[in-house]
Design a protein around this ligand. Structure first.
Ligand SMILES: NC(=O)c1ccc[n+]([C@@H]2O[C@H](COP(=O)([O-])OP(=O)(O)OC[C@H]3O[C@@H](n4cnc5c(N)ncnc54)[C@H](O)[C@@H]3O)[C@@H](O)[C@H]2O)c1
Length: 382
């Protein structure tokens, strides 16, 4: 068990507080936020200490800082935490700039500290079953495939939607981490990317919150189409967009030499996984409901495309696994090298689209180890 100080008491904080119910080594003792009022309210609600930013970095009893601030603040907060000799676990992406994330990884390595990063969804039942199917060569060698994340954007429900449509936002930074991390988990590291990006309008309208019916500027592409080649030779076509009302594609499909597979939503932990073993055959549906991180635990009838109404959400397992790795002196699965590689894919997608040419991925990372049920069970509360 390690003591955790949480910075950034926004929407996702509640999910991480809930992770204390599932995992036995997560112990929040303090929280902080640039917005003092929100931090004090959160501290009261979860019966932990409120600390100012300076205090939280200087609190000796805190071992790990959980960075749940907005993506633009990730670098600054993670850097201060490492400088204060704390381990860090950060929400996605590691930073909005590759060079900054690289600096964080170097700093952590230099100080012998752990730096971990979301997403941890690929550790779920769906992600791990997909990995078993690939490793057991049930669909043979994966040659090609496709992925999609597409919805109309957050302006319909988010009061501060503009940050998704300006520098530091966009669909590749926002949703790329889930898809690229899942693909690296299944196929190994990426080699190069070719992308096209498009901004279809200069302004959008807030449809919720105090600024409802006002307009905000769109300054970056809101749709990317890309192809990503992996070191193992597979080529995957991707589509990430804030310009689609509805669609009926699967999140990820992989096509191998002996069959095809539908990988479940990489933003969540559940299943099912679908496989087809022969030309024209029925799709075989394999449930993950019995897997420890595959059981449905959330009912959310949002009705948005790409979001199942019933879901398995065990966010926080990446943090729990990192704490266990610190205690057992081993490399954690959601590690900085993996997150940096994924961020390079994201940044290269955006660079490729603006340069209109292929961009090489320069960082290397290991294919993550599989996350076996016996290790998961050690971290679960009964
Ligand atoms: N909301 C989701 O469903 C969701 C899901 C998965 C991941 N995430 C990720 O979680 C992170 C947070 O998302 P959110 O939706 O909770 O955002 P949010 O805007 O609701 O909350 C972010 C909080 O961070 C605080 N903050 C910003 N800059 C700060 C700074 N420099 N120092 C201290 N506090 C600061 C803000 O005041 C705010 O309270 C993001 O990286 C996002 O990508 C969010």
């Amino acid at each position: 068990m390690k003591n955790i100080g949480l910075i950034g008491c926004g929407h996702i904080a509640e999910t991480y507080f809930r992770s204390q119910k599932y995992f036995n080594n997560i112990n929040f003792i303090a929280c902080s936020d640039i917005n003092e009022e929100i931090a004090k309210k959160t501290a009261k609600q979860y019966k932990i200490k409120y600390l100012s930013e300076d205090q939280i970095f200087n609190e000796d009893s805190i071992d790990v800082i959980l960075n749940l601030t907005t993506p633009k603040a990730h670098f600054e907060i993670s850097k201060k935490a490492l400088e204060a000799n704390k381990h860090v676990y950060c929400e996605k992406p590691m930073s909005i700039k590759f060079n900054e994330a690289n600096e964080l990884l170097n700093l952590a390595n230099h100080k012998n500290l752990y730096i971990g990063n979301a997403p941890d969804t690929f550790l779920g039942g769906g992600g791990q079953l997909s990995r078993e199917i690939i490793d057991d060569k049930i669909i043979g060698e994966v040659l090609t495939g496709s992925f999609i994340f597409a919805f109309p954007g957050v302006q319909d429900f988010h009061p501060n939607a503009e940050s998704w449509f300006q520098e530091g936002g966009g669909p590749a930074i926002d949703m790329g981490p889930y898809f690229f991390t899942t693909l690296v988990n299944l196929l190994g590291p990426a080699k190069n990317v070719r992308a096209r990006g498009k901004k279809f309008s200069h302004q959008r309208t807030y449809k919720a919150g105090p600024k409802k019916d006002n307009k905000f500027d769109v300054t970056i592409p809101t749709t990317y189409m890309l192809d990503l080649e992996f070191q193992n030779g597979a080529i995957i076509q991707g589509f990430i967009s804030f310009d689609v009302l509805n669609h009926q594609h699967n999140h990820i499909e992989l096509y191998g030499t002996k069959g095809s597979m539908v990988v479940p939503d990489p933003n969540m932990f559940g299943g099912p996984v679908l496989i087809s073993r022969e030309l024209g055959s029925e799709w075989e549906e394999i449930s993950v409901d019995k897997k420890p991180l595959g059981k449905i635990n959330i009912v959310n009838p949002s009705g948005r495309s790409n979001e199942a109404p019933k879901q398995a959400n065990y966010r926080g397992i990446g943090l729990a696994e990192m704490i266990d790795s610190i205690e057992n002196n081993r490399l954690h699965i959601c590690n900085g090298q993996l997150a940096l590689h994924v961020l390079e894919i994201i940044e290269s997608t955006m660079i490729s689209s603006s340069l209109k040419k292929e961009v090489k991925i320069t960082t290397k990372c290991e294919k993550p180890p599989t996350f076996k049920d016996d290790r998961i069970k050690i971290l679960l509360k009964n």
